[in-house]
Write a protein that binds this ligand. Sequence first.
Ligand SMILES: [Zn+2]
Length: 309
Amino acid sequence: MRWKGRRQSDNVEDMRGSSGGGFGRGMPGGLGRNPIRIPMGGRAGGGGLSTIIILVVLFFALRACGIDPLQILAGGNGGQVGVPGGGGQVTQGQPRASDEMTQFVSTVLAETEDVWNGIFQAEGLKYEEPQLVLFAGQVKSACGFASSASGPFYCPGDRKVYLDTSFFDQLDRQFGASGDFAQAYVIAHEVGHHIQNLTGILPKFNQMRQQMSEAEANQMSMRVELQADCFAGVWGHYTAQKGLLEQGDVEEALNAAQQIGDDTLQKRMQGYVVPESFNHGTSEQRQKWFAAGLQSGKLSSCDTFNNPI
Ligand SMILES: [Zn+2]
């Protein structure tokens, strides 16, 4: 990805110098309150259950909240929206962060801001930019304490993306997903959850899953996650339009989507798959939805709630 020299976001909080809070023990289940995570391992769940009724309820509920999910998902002008500043020109940012990783993360976040500001603007909406917290070891969020083992996540409670700086190493070495655009995809996916938070999809899901069985919640979670993948793809579409993608970048993101698919992860971690426990989508589904957003650049192609996934 051609990211060097471009604008870096002001919305990065570097917490790596701080201790992250005064708790000494490891904290299984420390992340309690609805964080939206990258899967780091599989857990067996119960049986499958139809979510069709739930999804219909979800969509009507969103409308009742004054948020029109269809309008948001469909986009104006047939869904094709322009991104201001997307002419391929390089905005000379002031490099503030000293290490290259922080510069990269800040630049990718800035690129997501530019794209989503443009998309929201085209809809007559205002995009509220999320913060991104870089941490090392452990961190306290509005969703509870998290450690590196939690993987990157988005916390709707404080509207922040949390990223442990060691995750990209892990992505490369443990998951076999290398390359800067694989990393950019992870960031864009978490920002995708922020979009879902702003549009009311995430709050509704988190409210509804209190009443769901684990299997039902997993089913719904997959649709939420695949939509975040699709939103990451939409971002990728405009990033490509700006001429920022290099040869192999799309393949890096698709490979990352492949490597962190539920089935691939479970096979690697436990040697077998438990489809009922899938909550992010299979490798094939994750690639499919990222590609859908990437190819069209339209939010209307990301309706994972009303289409077969
Ligand atoms: Zn996610």
